[in-house]
Design a protein around this ligand. Structure first.
Ligand code: PLP
Length: 399
């Protein structure tokens, strides 16, 4: 029999994954081209050519035993150093190889971090809406999720509510910018304000509060803008990165954690992250793709593709009269559910073969997420379905 804890996780299993599975069923019934699947943040762009070239070069030139064998739990030393050098060059940080732990994607990195720091009952503060899986990652290690309520219509953090969420039990805070699911970007001023609040709480309660900056969308910012680097504003920061989105390598499972040199308990923490990588059963991040990404640290997919997709989708939303948050990055449109019930709205959308994700699972009732990392054709062909959905709600409103 499966465990009680797991039973709950299965019961509350991800709404995103549920929609994705639903999509596969609908595609079998109606044909894939007639189903508009906006459920999963699975990039629709191929990885840059440089990634394929790097993989081939590694396979052709490197000794197979060192290429495919075990290594230190934290990853290849030269890869970690390359990541550190690249971050230092781009953000003016002072990492060295010992600050970097290669991870099995951002998800692996977050689990490794929580394994390393959480004792049962420790609190982890998140700002709603948030990537729903955080709740599971924290629950994996018996932490307690503390949710800062959503702050519509900007969905920038409510600073007062954020300060109030910090307590003597706060072990960590997670931020995610550019944000999944809203697409908003936190600017330097916001990051500094959050840092001030955390420092004040550390002083007040006499504990260390780690900031976990979850950054899979760091490079996906629109209009040529750049994401301010959160670790610059708060010393106790662990930056979690993933190549899933910036290089379209979601299935390869590769990312890293970067621990600020001046982070509290640096030696213990980095040591614990390496051990956590081992004892969780990852052992180390996959070797070939570690080597390949180390050669592609300045590569990024065409952000303009996502920006154009977003614009096309927004114009459909405008036609429908649906309210949404202006996305500044990532590839999600956060849309207000007509009628106020996100689950009912998604169920109605499904009848029009539109697969959207209710945001209740992201801590934000009444909104839905549309992942537009899809083909432009999918967006164009979905228009009639969205209009039909709008009409259905229009009719209801006029009843
Ligand atoms: N964090 C956020 C905010 C995400 O959106 C995702 C994936 O969509 C992840 C973490 C997990 O990413 P990875 O594929 O690198 O594990």
């Amino acid at each position: 029999m499966i465990s009680e804890k797991m039973r709950n996780m299965v019961k509350n299993s991800s709404a995103i994954r549920a929609m994705f599975e639903e999509g596969k069923k609908l595609a079998a019934m109606y044909g894939a081209e007639n189903v508009y699947d906006f459920s999963l943040g699975n990039p629709n762009l191929p990885a840059p050519d440089a990634v394929g070239r790097a993989i081939v070069e590694e396979v052709n030139t490197r000794d197979a035993l060192t290429l495919h064998g075990y290594m230190s739990n934290a990853g290849f030393e030269d890869v970690r150093q390359a990541v550190a050098d690249n971050l230092n060059a781009r953000f003016g940080t002072s990492y060295d190889g010992s600050c970097i732990v290669m991870t099995v994607g951002a998800a692996g990195g977050l689990n490794v971090f929580f394994k390393a720091v959480l004792d049962p009952g420790d609190e982890v503060v998140v700002i709603a809406p948030f990537f729903g899986e955080y709740a599971n990652y924290v629950a994996n290690f018996d932490g307690k999720l503390v949710v800062v309520p959503p702050n519509p219509p900007t969905f920038q953090p409510d600073r007062k509510a954020f300060s109030e969420a910090l307590s003597a039990k706060t072990k960590a805070v997670i931020i995610n910018t550019p944000n999944n699911p809203t697409g908003v970007v936190y600017g330097e001023e916001t990051l500094k304000a959050l840092a001030d609040a955390m420092r004040a709480a550390e002083e007040k309660y006499g504990n260390t509060i780690y900031l976990v900056s979850d950054e899979p969308y760091r490079e996906l910012v629109y209009g040529g803008a750049k994401q301010a680097y959160p670790a610059l504003f708060y010393e106790n920061t662990v930056s979690g990165y993933s190549f899933s989105k910036s290089l379209s390598l979601a299935g390869e499972r590769i990312g890293y954690l970067a621990v600020n040199r001046g982070c509290a308990d640096f030696g213990d923490l980095t040591g614990a992250l390496a051990v956590a990588t081992r004892v969780l059963g990852f052992v180390n991040a996959p070797s070939l793709i570690q080597r390949a990404v180390a050669k592609c640290l300045d590569e990024v997919v065409d952000v303009g593709f996502y920006e154009k997709n977003g614009a096309a989708l927004k114009s459909i939303m405008d036609e429908c009269g649906f309210e949404y948050v202006e996305p500044e990055g990532a590839f999600y449109l956060f849309v207000k559910a007509k009628g106020g019930d996100d689950a009912a709205f998604c169920a109605a959308a499904k009848k029009h073969r539109l697969l959207l994700v209710p945001a209740s699972g992201f801590g934000c009732k009444g909104w839905v997420r549309i992942a537009y990392c899809v083909s432009p054709d999918t967006i164009a062909s979905s228009r009639r379905s969205f209009l039909a959905l709008a009409e259905e709600y229009g009719d209801k409103a006029s009843e």
